[in-house]
Design a protein around this ligand. Structure first.
Ligand SMILES: *[C@@H]1O[C@H](CO)[C@@H](O)[C@H](O)[C@H]1NC(C)=O
Ligand SMILES: *[C@@H]1O[C@H](CO)[C@@H](O)[C@H](O)[C@H]1NC(C)=O
Ligand SMILES: *[C@@H]1O[C@H](CO)[C@@H](O)[C@H](O)[C@H]1NC(C)=O
Ligand SMILES: *[C@@H]1O[C@H](CO)[C@@H](O)[C@H](O)[C@H]1NC(C)=O
Ligand SMILES: *[C@@H]1O[C@H](CO)[C@@H](O)[C@H](O)[C@H]1NC(C)=O
Ligand SMILES: *[C@@H]1O[C@H](CO)[C@@H](O)[C@H](O)[C@H]1NC(C)=O
Length: 288
């Protein structure tokens, strides 16, 4: 299966913490759900030996399609539902009864992301209550092995791509991110982060495109050379987490990729650059 065939599907990579380094890295795919194709997609994913899929929402029909497979699912609660789930625990319970209970444990739902890049919304104060309401309600129902977290976007969370300078962003740091990280630590859950080297490359003109596209170019920003931009950004996340005392939280890169069809002002957002990125990422991540 050539990775380039999976174009509309962005990659997601499970980075296993160092303590579990003997566990192989899992590469999964993000599925922008559509109930009309989900039976087909579920069969395809299983036959291609893809072990993990991230759903960008929680559609009961789609989850049901995966219940005859052994594919591990990361389900997302859409941003629009986060405020109501954070404001009222019964909405969390209702969501679980609609989306999880009918399919559990036949569908291997292993994680729930409460919102996606929700830190940019004005109801941000309801994010942590929503995460807690889902987590606590699952436990009350007796479901202990679904980890509950949220998905951040690299640039709203981390200040810099250089691992030696990277920190958590302030004031989002102490208002939003730190309390969420404390909860992830208490519940032994992972941090989910979407990371697009394309954005970093656009923001930092000094980055060689070859470095961003896994083309065997070693480059350094501040003293320590890296073989590609993705690895540098992952280390930036690790070092920002360590600088704030949260180094024990496992990091899962839930989204990466390269835009294949940009607006006219977006340079190098073409199919051929996207293909280079996906291929390079695939080769490198499979080798981990
Ligand atoms: C999937 O894994 C099975 C068992 O290891 C193997 O026989 C099969 O060829 C694999 N399929 C693909 C598409 O890699
Ligand atoms: C299902 O996947 C899990 C984790 O990847 C694995 O440990 C287990 O053996 C698989 N079960 C079957 C029936 O393939
Ligand atoms: C939460 O929702 C339930 C069910 O809709 C409702 O009965 C209850 O009054 C709500 N609680 C609050 C504090 O709004
Ligand atoms: C969670 O636990 C249930 C019941 O023990 C089990 O059937 C299911 O496979 C587990 N799910 C995952 C994702 O490990
Ligand atoms: C990078 O180098 C490796 C090992 O020499 C080679 O297998 C691979 O094809 C090269 N990749 C690119 C994109 O040139
Ligand atoms: C892929 O990753 C390995 C290990 O991190 C590294 O040695 C290699 O240079 C990387 N290749 C490319 C093309 O980035």
């Amino acid at each position: 299966m050539a990775p380039s065939q999976l174009f509309t599907i962005s990659l997601f990579l499970l980075i296993i913490p160092f303590a579990f380094a003997q566990t192989p890295t899992t590469i999964g795919f993000t599925y922008n759900t559509s109930p009309s194709t989900s039976e087909y997609v579920a069969r395809f994913v299983e036959s291609a030996n893809i072990s993990a899929v991230r759903l960008l929402d929680a559609n009961p029909d789609v989850i049901r399609s995966f219940s005859s497979t052994n594919v591990s699912l990361l389900v997302t609660i859409p941003n629009s539902m986060v405020p109501e789930i954070g404001a009222n625990r019964s909405n969390a319970v209702a969501w679980i009864y609609q989306n999880v209970v009918p399919y559990y444990p036949r569908a291997r739902i292993s994680a729930i992301s409460v919102g996606n890049n929700f830190e940019t919304f004005s109801d941000i104060h309801l994010l942590l209550p929503a995460i807690k309401n889902i987590h606590n309600s699952l436990h009350e129902i007796g479901i202990q092995n679904i980890s509950v977290s949220t998905t951040f976007y690299f640039y709203t969370m981390i200040t810099d791509i250089s691992p030696s300078c990277a920190r958590l962003r302030s004031p989002a740091d102490y208002l939003v991110i730190t309390p969420v990280l404390q909860f992830l630590e208490q519940t032994k859950s992972s941090l989910f982060i979407d990371m697009y080297p394309y954005d970093a490359w656009r923001l930092n003109p000094e980055i060689p495109i070859e470095f961003a596209l896994f083309q065997n170019l070693t480059w350094e920003l501040s003293g320590f050379p890296y073989s590609n931009l993705f690895d540098m950004m992952v280390d930036a996340v690790h070092s920002a987490m360590a600088a704030s005392g949260h180094q024990s939280i496992p990091i899962i890169v839930t989204g990466t990729g390269w835009p294949s069809s940009g607006y006219t002002q977006e340079v190098k957002a073409t199919q051929s650059f996207a293909e280079k990125y996906v291929t390079g990422f695939w080769v490198n991540a499979s080798a981990l």
